[in-house]
Design a protein around this ligand. Structure first.
Ligand code: 13P
Length: 280
């Protein structure tokens, strides 16, 4: 089975009565079985996203081969997406290696430059049927080592979003509406009214970043108001590391390392299943 781009995978999700796709950050290869187990348990298609740090660590080829192989053997329609990338060359590398979706993140640039670079990425991606996500506004928090401080957060304006989509023809747009990347110190305040207005103004799938720590109620509401891709990263990492700490602490050095990892993966599967159910 070949990989799906976002647009085609969303179609499959809708046929299976999901309103949105979760896009889940894979932090290490060992975690991969947990992702497919969650997809099988929920009869959901699967969107796996890779940070540029993880892509560098594991290598694009290994990721593409492993994920294609599992997608085929488990019969799970799967999209492999490059998360936040501002480097056009690195995006080309991912496309050449077989990623089926990419995110160009030009949110730190003036809108004209963000538009121009997003169009370049679309020109690179379209001939290969690779979907393209872009970002407008600045989402707070820490993602793959990059920090956006509280005072740098900029919510996406309705007018800018409309213009951006019109001038780029991008497939999906990440917007800043109150979520942050990483762990929250307080409660997330999602701006549902802004989301509804951007949905009406753009007419394309919108992406919610910083899914970790968003309440179930907020998540359901966001999905009903136009969010069709929900990024979740930190939450799986937290569960995996917490469980590993417990099992490694208790285990002996000659126990198979697999015995330490299986409970950690079970915890990740539980998180994913819980999230996926919210998107129905
Ligand atoms: P969290 O780590 O906060 O869930 O955000 C993930 C994300 O948005 C990746 O792009």
């Amino acid at each position: 089975m070949s990989l799906y781009n976002f647009t085609d995978l969303l179609q499959v999700a809708k046929q299976r009565e999901f309103k949105a796709l979760g896009s889940f950050n894979l932090h290490c290869l060992e975690m991969l079985p947990a992702f497919f187990k969650a997809a099988e348990k929920t009869n959901s298609p699967l969107m796996i996203q890779i940070s540029t740090g993880t892509a560098k660590y594991l290598g694009h080829r290994l990721l593409v081969d492993a994920i294609c192989s599992l997608s085929a053997s488990k019969n799970v329609p799967t999209c492999l997406h490059l998360d936040h990338c501002s480097d056009l060359e690195a995006i080309q590398t991912a496309i050449d290696a077989g990623f089926s979706s990419v995110m160009y993140d030009g949110s730190h640039l003036p809108i004209e430059e963000n538009i121009a670079n997003t169009r370049r990425v679309i020109d690179m991606a379209r001939p290969r049927r690779v979907s393209v996500e872009a970002e407008l506004g600045a989402i707070g928090g820490s993602e793959d080592g990059k920090v956006v401080a509280l005072e740098e957060i900029a919510f996406t304006s309705v007018e800018d979003a409309k213009r951006f989509v019109h001038e780029t023809g991008v497939d999906m747009l990440a917007i800043s509406i109150g979520t942050v990347h990483g762990l929250y110190t307080g409660k997330a305040h999602i701006q549902h009214q802004r989301l509804t207005e951007i949905t009406h103004a753009t007419g394309i799938p919108l992406v919610l970043h910083g899914g970790t720590g968003v309440s179930d109620e907020d998540m359901r509401l966001a999905v009903r108001s136009g969010i069709e891709k929900v990024n979740v990263g930190t939450e799986m990492n937290v569960q995996w590391v917490a469980r590993c700490k417990q099992t490694f602490e208790k285990g002996k050095v000659n126990d198979s390392v697999r015995n330490f990892l299986v409970p950690a993966n079970d915890a990740v599967t539980d998180v994913l299943v819980e999230k996926i159910q919210l998107f129905r």
